[in-house]
Design a protein around this ligand. Structure first.
Ligand code: NAP
Length: 487
């Protein structure tokens, strides 16, 4: 049987998921290009103190690789990274993986892709599957003098473990999920934590807990038991996501919960500084049981003045105050709209990705684009990201991609791409739905695109999953027929 040559770019959650889906569907010949030297993607890159996934472990996992050994309800970063490495090992993905191989470009040449890596070598593939993630390129704030700081400056996702925060004055810029987790972990370790807040966040309270040895043994003895918390959490997230995409009771309830949580901050002035002026969930909701406790400690200072500059001794705020620091941490987020860029991708008719995305990243059903035949994305533009586990999204999208590969193998087409008309219709429908989402209710966030509309799926993740696991409508695609290449 003819077998397609497949390149997967990236060995994080979605790359691993895609690779296993290919194996299970009888496509053992594929190459995973990974520019780093290990599996795990964002869970490899992020290793800052306090990193915990805010989605329960028994839900934040692949359905094909349920782990009975999770140690706690919300797993710490290293445990998730180990899980991902373990899944890759168990499926022998090292045989297909090239570490230290950065894909720098891909050019479509009529019925396949010329894929070039950083060492200048070019290889041909029938399909390119981009599993490059979107929280990958750190954003460095444009603060004058940042390079003049005497101590270490590090982005949260490039944690330097040789830098010892114990007994030091640590400045943290940013109050997203990362900044708040960092403050919770550094408080009481550093001699002083100075948190520079540009915008306050609503914080959903939670309680983490360890799993007992008995429960772990039980999950090991009866693997199907793992499906119970998996489906329970899925149902709970489905309810939560109603609040994201429509006004109504769930939104009101979450607002009430976060406001009550904020009341645990006793000092009225501190509480005022921590009170957002927008609705809960407008920015990605921060989930934490430690942040408010940490920020009320005497060794933690919340600074709401704008940082004017950084100098050798610390950060100078707009009121002229110099905050003397030993270490500066940039918890300032990511260029979430880059997706597979800076890879230079040129599709059919010489159209480049930058041209196609001049107005912002657009895709058809989150996985394909017109003019880029046989190129698929995992967790691409307008996938359901917000607080939703990407493991589930990647599994559903992998199934769709495998479906197309099977049809290629059956000789139904040599190349496939969505039509411009279908993509435009799809994007217009999403944009029309965007105003009822909570993300457009008056805040700035990494969810929003150039036009101020969210670059997220504006309905529930369940609806997306139904769509992507359903049967594609042939009118939406342009299929080219010919003699398949493959091998
Ligand atoms: P983020 O949510 O984008 O937050 C960046 C923070 O930096 C914001 O508070 C932002 O302020 C601030 N900031 C950016 N530039 C600044 C500047 N020039 N001066 C002062 N402040 C500045 O980034 P993140 O916290 O790294 O989180 C990114 C995403 O990663 C999350 O939304 C989430 O999806 C994921 N994440 C998940 C987990 C988890 O538990 N699952 C944990 C960590 C991260 P403004 O709000 O004013 O822009």
């Amino acid at each position: 049987m003819n077998s397609p040559r497949i390149a997967i770019v990236g060995a994080g959650i979605s790359g691993i998921c895609m690779a296993v889906a290919l194996q299970r569907a009888g496509f053992p010949e594929f190459t995973i290009f990974e520019k780093a030297h290990d599996y795990g993607g964002t869970w490899r890159d992020n290793s800052y103190p306090g990193l915990v996934c805010d989605v329960p472990s028994r839900y934040y996992q692949f359905r094909f690789a349920m782990n009975p050994e999770w140690t706690q309800l919300y797993s710490a970063g290293p445990e998730i990274k180990d899980y991902l490495v373990g899944v890759a090992r168990e499926h022998g993905l090292h045989r297909n993986t090239r570490f230290g191989a950065e894909v720098t470009g891909a050019v479509f040449d009529d019925d396949g892709w010329q894929v070039t890596t950083g060492d200048g070598v070019t290889e041909r593939f029938d399909f390119v599957l981009c599993a490059t993630g979107f929280l990958h390129h750190p954003t460095r704030p444009d603060i004058p003098g940042l390079d003049d700081f005497d101590g270490p400056v590090m982005h949260s996702s490039r944690w330097r473990h040789e830098v010892e925060p114990r007994g030091k004055r640590v400045g943290v810029i940013g109050t997203g999920s990362t900044g708040t987790q960092l403050v919770g972990a550094l408080a009481g370790v550093a001699s002083e934590v100075v948190l520079f807040q540009r915008t306050p966040q609503w914080i959903l309270p939670t309680v983490n807990r360890q799993y007992t040895a008995v429960s772990k043994r039980l999950y090991k003895l009866a693997p199907t038991l793992s499906l119970v918390p998996y489906w329970f959490n899925r149902a709970a997230f489905a309810v939560f996501s109603q609040g994201l995409v429509h006004p109504g009771r769930v939104r009101t309830l979450i607002q009430w919960v976060v406001e009550r949580h904020l009341r645990s901050v006793e000092d009225p002035e501190l509480r005022r500084k921590l009170t957002p002026d927008y609705q809960a969930m407008c920015k990605r909701l921060v989930v934490s049981d430690r942040f408010y406790k940490a920020v009320q400690r005497p060794d933690v200072t919340l600074v709401t003045e704008h940082i004017d500059s950084v100098e050798a001794r610390g950060a100078v705020t707009a009121d002229g105050h110099l905050h003397e620091l030993d270490i500066l941490v940039l918890a300032t987020g990511f260029d979430s709209h880059a997706f597979m860029r800076p890879m230079a991708i040129t599709g059919a008719h010489g159209r480049t990705l930058d041209q196609a995305w001049a107005d912002g990243p657009r895709a058809f059903e989150g996985v394909m684009m017109p003019d880029f035949p046989n190129l698929f994305m995992l967790v691409g533009p307008h996938s359901p990201f917000a607080n939703h586990p990407l493991t589930a999204v990647a599994e559903a999208q992998s199934a769709r991609i495998v479906g197309w590969l099977r049809r290629w193998r059956a000789g139904e087409f040599t190349t496939i791409e969505p039509t411009h008309a279908a993509t435009d219709r799809y994007n217009a429908r999403m944009r029309a739905a965007a105003p009822s989402t909570v993300w457009t209710t008056g805040c700035t966030s990494w969810y929003l695109g150039k036009d101020g509309l969210p670059e997220l799926w504006p309905w529930t993740p369940g609806r997306y999953e139904k769509l992507i696991r359903g049967t594609p409508d042939p009118v939406d695609y342009h299929l080219k027929h010919g003699v398949p290449s493959g091998k």
